[in-house]
Design a binder for this molecule. Structure first.
Ligand SMILES: Nc1ncnc2c1ncn2[C@@H]1O[C@H](COP(=O)(O)OP(=O)(O)OP(=O)(O)O)[C@@H](O)[C@H]1O
Ligand SMILES: [Mg+2]
Length: 598
């Protein structure tokens, strides 16, 4: 999918791939035993209820004229037993199918979620998160009924149809043939609506996806919305999207409503025809039609159209479900292009030499972000990356952890190409603190321990102390057990940074990557933090990105990056002596500080 937005529809497939349905049956397969039981219950009960019109015919034509009360009582009791059996069967069938439906949906949801966890950053860069959520939650849920009840009901209805036809043929062949005249008309209607209906449901799912994307975006951006007083504009965008969804739904459902009246009309016409012809044949004494046969036959006719009606409504739900299934399988099939190669081996313990060799990289085709970036670090050194906004600093460090594949060139760690080792073994040895680090809902302790579940409380506290987070954590009502919300909404920006920082340290990484780790922290705390960190960084290679030059002055080497290229590299003193870009940057910050002091 190309880069997407809440008001851009996703591309829809023209032809349905039947393999999608086969794949669904893979999910159903483990439950085939239970489904067979449910099916047996339904078929046996409906086969027995087929006898009712036969009973009526016998009573009317034989037992009433013969005044055989005993036979009538026996048939009545038998009918009651059949009704009771049917009730029990339906109850068990509902229990079985609900269980199976939920189990299949759970499996499907779990597969899609597992795959989402594997998908690279680029997948998430390309689409609104709401469009992903709607697939995992809404689309999967809508399949529950189809995958359990739908299958059973369809098979039962098909068998019912066959049973009814057999009974009708047994009762009277000519009347049955008249009844079947309506079927070609119905087929014509189905062929007419099929394509249109499928397209309408695809459009409906797109509109639902757009709406969910906008809701998710609005919730995430609510603070900005309110601070810029954009509520009215956002409401009108929402209304527009919601209205598009509503009309798409109405348009799609319109096709469903074509079927039902159509079947109803055909059934009414054929029944009327049977009555007229049947009564004519009875009065003419033709073809052995009796009153009993005609009553029984018309009773079968009403039952004959019943399963056709439910099959048609199943067909409607199938088309809706197919529109959702396409999206679900599209996500499950989304290629994981950042993954272990087949020959991937675990990364040996990292000593810390990182080398970029002519690395070129672009997020989108044709927009080059990094252009032949080359540098080599010594193990244990601290490397600082500086440069203007959008220069490519975060991109460089994201590539070290292989969050994206490079377009060309190589990244080596201790001489090993990172594309030849397993992602897990590579990332496990890195402590990464991203520029927009995330706080999860849970306790502060859980958040720091996020990447290292075996860390003891003491280790968590030590990490927090190193980044000077311990004091503010202890001041909170429950200390490390204080609950924080998703995105850390209860914390200040600096506090969030410190928690993420402690989280990165707790991994005990061989390579530490800090992208603007201290940008929101006051200078005094930063100086304290720096002292603790210097001790901790000994022996580890670290990459520090910072705009505040005081943070990186003491780095072993500083890389000045602009427009995806390394323009200058050296120690602080060397770069100042060069009087190049770094010098200009330093002087501008220096002048700024001096002007502030005056
Ligand atoms: N996910 C993305 N998709 C497309 N382009 C991106 C993406 N992330 C970054 N870019 C582009 O890549 C360039 C480099 O971005 P990067 O985040 O590496 O900059 P940076 O040097 O870290 O800037 P800052 O100091 O603002 O953090 C920018 O021009 C940006 O527009
Ligand atoms: Mg950045």
């Amino acid at each position: 999918m190309a880069r997407n937005k809440y008001d851009i529809d996703e591309v829809i497939e023209d032809k349905f791939d039947l393999n999608q349905l086969k794949r669904v049956f893979q999910y159903v397969k483990p439950y085939r035993g239970q489904l067979a039981i449910a099916l047996f219950l339904m078929l046996s009960s409906s086969a027995l209820t087929m006898l009712f019109p036969m009973f009526i015919s016998e009573i009317m034509d034989t037992y009433i004229p013969e005044k055989n009360i005993r036979a009538i009582v026996v048939i009545t009791i038998l009918s009651l037993v059949i009704v009771l059996y049917t009730c029990v069967c339906i109850r068990f069938k509902i229990r079985i199918t609900s269980r199976i439906g939920q189990a299949i949906v759970h499996q499907l949801r779990s597969d899609i979620f597992c795959h989402l966890q594997e998908l690279p950053f680029s997948y998430y860069d390309d689409r609104p998160h709401g469009k992903i959520q709607v697939r995992v939650v809404n689309y999967v849920n809508s399949l529950s009924d189809l995958l359990s009840n739908g299958i059973i009901n369809t098979i039962t209805d098909m068998c019912n149809l066959i049973f009814i036809l057999i009974f009708m043929f047994l009762l009277h062949v000519r009347l049955t043939l008249i009844c079947l005249c309506g079927l070609p008309v119905l087929m014509g209607v189905i062929v007419f609506v099929k394509r249109r209906q499928r397209r309408a449901w695809q459009i409906q799912s797109n509109k639902q996806s757009n709406l969910t994307a906008y809701i998710a975006e609005s919730i995430n951006g609510i603070r900005v919305t309110q601070s810029f007083v954009r509520e009215r504009e956002n409401t009108s965008i929402f209304n527009y999207l919601s209205d598009s969804y509503r009309s798409a739904w109405m348009h799609a459902v319109k096709y469903n409503f074509i079927m039902w009246p159509c079947i109803d009309s055909i059934s009414t016409v054929t029944t009327a025809l049977i009555y007229v012809i049947g009564i004519g044949w009875i009065s003419g004494g033709l073809y052995g039609v009796t009153v009993g046969i005609l009553i029984a036959f018309t009773s079968y006719i009403s039952r004959f159209w019943e399963p056709i009606n439910t099959l048609a409504s199943f067909y409607n739900s199938l088309l809706t479900a197919i529109a959702y299934l396409e999206r679900i399988f599209e996500t499950i099939d989304e290629p994981v292009n950042v993954k272990d190669s087949e020959e991937a081996v675990p990364m040996p313990p990292i000593k810390g030499s990182v080398a970029f060799q002519d690395v070129c990289f672009s997020y989108e085709d044709g927009v080059q972000i990094l252009n032949k970036v080359s540098f080599t670090t010594n193990p244990g050194d601290t490397y600082a990356i500086v440069g203007p906004t959008g220069a490519g600093k975060s991109t460089i460090v994201n590539l070290i952890s292989r969050f994206y594949n490079v377009d060309s060139g190589k990244i080596l760690i201790d001489g090993t190409d990172i594309s030849s080792v397993t992602l897990k073994s590579l990332r496990k040895q890195m402590g990464i603190m991203m520029q927009d680090s995330f706080i999860f809902s849970g306790t502060i302790m859980d958040n720091i321990r996020y990447g290292n579940l075996t860390a003891t409380d003491e280790e968590v506290i030590t990490a927090a102390k190193t980044v000077c987070a311990h004091d503010f954590i202890m001041e909170m009502e429950n200390g490390y057990q204080t609950q924080v919300n998703e995105r850390g909404s209860r914390l200040s920006a600096g506090q969030r940074q410190l928690i993420s920082f402690a989280r990165a340290l707790l991994e005990n990484p061989a390579i530490l990557i800090l992208d603007e780790a201290t940008s929101s922290i006051d200078t005094e705390t930063e100086i304290l933090l720096q002292k603790g960190l210097n001790r901790l960084l000994e022996g580890r290679t670290s990459f520090i990105i910072a705009h505040r030059l005081s943070t990186i002055k003491n780095a072993s080497r500083i890389l000045y990056v602009d427009k995806g290229k390394i323009l200058e590299a050296g120690t602080h003193e060397e770069l100042l002596a060069q009087k190049g870009e770094y010098y200009k940057l330093f002087m501008s910050q220096y002048d700024f500080l001096v002007s502030k002091q005056n």
